[in-house]
Design a protein around this ligand. Sequence first.
Ligand code: PEP
Ligand code: MG
Length: 599
Amino acid sequence: MKTEAEGARLAVAEVPNERPEQHFKGLGVSAGIAVGPAHVVERGLIDVPEYRIESDALDAEIARFREAVSLSVSQIHSLQAKAETLPEEVAGQLRYLLDAHLLMLSGSRLVRGVEARIRNARINAEAAIQVQLSEIAQAFAGMEDSYLAGKIDDVRELSGRLVRNLTRAGYQAFSGLPSGTIIIAEEITPADTALMDPARIGGFAAALGGAEGHTAIMARSLGLPAVLGVAGLAGAVRSGDVVAVDGVRGGLVVNPGEATIARLERRRRALERRERQLARLRRVAAVSRDGERVTLQCNIELPNEMPQAQEAGAEGIGLLRSEFMYMNRDQPPSEDEQYVALKDIVEGMEGAPVTVRTLDVGSDKLAYSLGEHITPSVNPALGLRAVRLSLETPALLEAQIAAILRAGAHGPVRILVPMITSVDEIRHVRKALDKMVRRLTRRRVPIADAPPLGIMIETPGAALAADALAEACEFFSLGTNDLTMYTLAIDRGDEQVAHLYDPLHPAVLRLIRFATDSARRAGIPVNLCGEVAGNPRFTAMLMGFGLRDLSMAPPNVPRVKQRILALDASAASAHAEELLSQSEAGAIGRLIDDFSNGT
Ligand code: PEP
Ligand code: MG
């Protein structure tokens, strides 16, 4: 798809270099191969304003600082666990460095000094860190011992981490970088990924992150080759080094030699040929050999992904993750701004339905523009997120519903609510919907005619109560990403437990089956928009469960379509029954692969 840009990337890599080739392993989370100059994101100190803290708010400010300290501690623990997977000589050095950072976080001059400054100078925590850092830097500057003087870098790095954790600051635009740049960082957030323009950025790699987190999902949507959870990345790459990202096999090569580049180039061309062949299916309907029709829609995050969805031949937008519109900005978008963005998407789909999901911030999806509404949670995945936040902040929900209703005057829309667990939550959202319909009608604003209100089934509670929930809404969308995470209690974005995250777990399959059957019995449409929908390996199983509407990242549409064309739906049903009788994920995976090899 990105042939020209990728060609340019390889040209950059042909420049000879003397440094030795180094290979790293990680999780290949978004297929594709890219070679290009590295841009290493150093999250240095961020310029933060200084403001005064009133005496009755001092304790709260210190608590905020302590929270940033504990978040930093858990980030460093996570990096330590990763370091242990490296060869001993590298692991030893990293262990030493990270231990020093941990020590500094436990009551060092930095931490004690910041707390004292907040209290005595009555300034905010970010400003206190900066003042304290410059004082420590001055003391270090006078030291003769170059080893000790060098320690200031550690203090500086740690201060940067604390400030970032306080401000939750993201990266700023990657716009000035040379074409084909590969972004390298300790961590890349979903909001950072939303800033990457695939015409300019070649791909990315990071030390942290799992295959089903939103950073990975966003990379797949944008078609950007990406590798996450790369052990030993810190310090191994310098900006300007040539790096190769292999998102298919999960590899990163720093300073690749000619032979490596030639091998990668051959594989990249083969991938491209395959993409070209698949693109020919664009206008072909997804019908199985025995005549079962499946609707294939796309998941998108931002309006700028529309061209990919249109190119893929999407039969609708099955999931618009509206929260991405709230990221990388200071203020949430107004109703009018949302309306204009949604109207463009609705018109772009030319009569095909657009399912807009209301805000699903929280957990790994942070939006600074909502800062005042989101207070840090002990366990963000279980905290005030998604519909819970929407119901706590009616003004945000109402503006969003109004924008969707108005966009619905230009083509079919559906409203989808995330993280629903009870009928009561649906009732409250419906009340807000009815109120907005009344208000806009009174003002004679053109709006959608009774848009369906649906819910995500993405917690075990919702799946098990699907029969009751189906009576209260007009459609279901199965979110297997979160359903897997909450059923197995495994963080989808944590590379340390990525090997345990398995949507083929019998519990997850039974929940999908029960929810699908509940929708059928209640006579409401059901689709599946989790990542399993876009993986052709699972297509037969999902069809076998009775699903006929799948929504996925645009590049996956032709892959899944090709699979459907080769399938027999009645054989898929028998296959699904067999899968449901199994007691463990490994056996289910083997049966799935045997079935694929036979069809
Ligand atoms: C899901 O949870 O499966 C889903 C589609 O929503 P998201 O990935 O945005 O959490
Ligand atoms: Mg979800």
